[in-house]
Structure formats: C-alpha cells, structure tokens
Design a protein around this ligand. Sequence first.
Ligand code: ADP
Ligand code: MG
Length: 367
Amino acid sequence: MITFDGVTKRYADGTVAVDHLSLEVPTGEITVFVGPSGCGKTTSLRMINRMIDATEGRILLDGVDVKTIDPPTLRRGIGYVIQQAGLFPHRKIVDNVATVPHLLGWDRKKARDRAMELLERVGLDLKLADRYPFQLSGGQQQRVGVARALAADPPVLLMDEPFSAVDPIVRASLQEELLRLQAELNKTIVFVTHDIDEAVKLGDRVAVLRVGGHLAQLDAPSTLLARPADDFVREFLGRDRGIRRLSFVTDEGVRLRTDLTVPASAEISSVRDTAEPWLAVVDEENRPLGWVSVKDLPESGTLADARPAPYGTFVRGRDSLRAALDATLLSPSRSAIAVDDSGRVEGVATREALDEALDKVAGGAGA
Ligand SMILES: Nc1ncnc2c1ncn2[C@@H]1O[C@H](COP(=O)(O)OP(=O)(O)O)[C@@H](O)[C@H]1O
Ligand SMILES: [Mg+2]
C-alpha cells in the first residue's frame, strides 16, 4: 500500500503543485489520478519514487517513509512508464528491456530471455526485438516501455499518461492489454491521466484532483459516476455521465422474454396471427439469425425465407446495461437479443424490460 499523508510540494518559485494530499493506494489495485492539466498529477507520482521530494508530509510504502529509502533501492521496486516511452534511442528493443535485469546482475543470456518473455507478454511481435526504437510505432514503443518497467518484476508500477500520445484505437488496445496483464500480475499501479474515460475504464479506484493537487473525490468508477462529490467533479465527468454509468451496471436486472424467438424452420403460417410486431429468428443451434417484421412476412414458406434483418446482441451476465441498450439501437425491433457465452439465445430484452431496469438504476442513484 502507498500512503500519502498530508503531502505538499512547493517548487522553488513558490508554486504549490500539491497541497496537503492524503490518500491511500491499495496493494494489487489500479488507482488512477485524474484531473486537468497542471493539477499536480505528475508531481504526486514522482514523489512516490523520489524523483521529486515532498516539501511537507510523508509518503509511505507499506508503512515505510520513502525518504528513509535510498533512491536506487526504492526505484528497483517501482517500475515507471512515461508518455513517450523514454526508450534509449541507440539500443535495440530487446536491450532496452534487458538493461534493468542486467543492472541487477543477471547474466546476458538470462537478461535477454527475460526481456523476450516480457516483450511477448505485452503483446509485441518478437520480430521487432532487434530493431531500434525509432523503427517502431508509438503504440509499439509504449508496449516496450511497459515491458521495461516490468523487467525487475517490481511490486509497484507508476504510469504517467502512458497512452496519451497514441491514436484512440491503439490506445484502446493498450488499455485492454494493461487490464489483461494486471489480472495476471496484480501490481500496485498508480496510473495518471487527464482522460476521464481512460480513468473509469482502468481504475479500481479513481482519484479526481483539482488544480493545486487537492483531492476532489476518491471512489470506485461506478460510485464516481453515480454520485459526484461536487460541481467540479460533475463537470469533469462530462455531460454523458449518465450513459457512461450504465457501463458499470450489469444486465442481470433485465427481464428477458423467451416467447419472442422462433426457429428458422417454422412455417410462416404458424406465426402470422401473433400479436407481436417483431420476432427473433434462430437457427437449429439456437443462434440468432435476425428479426422479422410479422406484417411484412411473405405469403408462404418458412421463416428462413423471410430474410431476417440485422440484430444487436449482448452477452447475458457479462455485458453491461449500456451494452444491452446499445444492442437495441442496432435492431429494427428496438429490442436486444440476449445470448450466452457461446452465442446461443437466452431471450429477448424488450424496450419495456430495459426501461424497468433503467428505472431501478435511476431510483438507486438519488440523482
Ligand atoms: N519544476 C517546476 N517548477 C515550478 N513549477 C512546476 C515545476 N513542475 C511543475 N510545476 C507546476 O506545478 C503544477 C503541477 O504540475 P504537474 O504536476 O506537472 O501537473 P500535471 O501532471 O497534473 O499536469 C503546475 O502548475 C506546474 O506548472
Ligand atoms: Mg503531468
């Protein structure tokens, strides 16, 4: 655990970058520091590994004041990743990663093996290992930066806007990769970003900072979105806070109807008199084929002949309420098809059922 205990940083010119910050970063979790530019995120992060020393207050690492640990020893247990990866330009990728194990006294072969293993772990094509940093894309360089930070297997990882300089698609895949890695590694991670979407996606807990390094709120993303502490946080979360909140609500409260699905082999004549305007057609393995509009069905034949129209699905028990709502927008029936992990239909979530689930969420938020 990392503890900030009344930490203040006053720079030589009198700027108070961080003002009496107190918070805890739990072991094995991702804690995100988010806030506008200049609010003291980088300063706070660098005080942990003593690249910057606090003016007042204490930072404790598992109860030990970092000021009592000499910086090289301290940093051996703390990986550090920055925006432009910060790779050594004249060293090959593999050597960039092997540098730290090498410094720890590992022999060349062992250090290199470890580097290759890590490069693979962060999802880098090993063909790139013998290239130089300038020969890699920004996203690939960031992966190398993460691999290098993990090289000494430190329990703590500090990440300062590591994905901010890459395009949105690459950023999303780097974020996924980090979550996947973290599920295996359980590092204590402090992740700095100015991007609230990134914060709520990655953080087990999110600390919203305002200028001057003041802590505005520290909560789990779902709580943050449901109950912002004040106007500053509310504004920072943005206007689509309500929709984004639904990403953290499971679909399990959504009632499913099982009477709206019909097999493709069924005769059209058997469904023509139903009162339902839309039916979901499934194949013999109970996988969705799409929607048919009952009033537009052909004269005869089976439902397969009716050429079912596109559909949206969500995975029952895994996807969020937001995913279920999104699926309705992709369906002409405005209902979403719920499938299990193997893609088989469990039922249909109608707009009425989703409205009921939304009412429960709104009722529980008190906002
Ligand atoms: N070396 C420095 N000397 C003086 N002021 C600084 C220095 N580094 C940062 N600052 C100021 O401290 C404040 C916080 O900076 P920083 O921690 O970099 O914020 P963030 O990472 O949230 O953008 C800003 O006002 C910044 O201008
Ligand atoms: Mg910064």
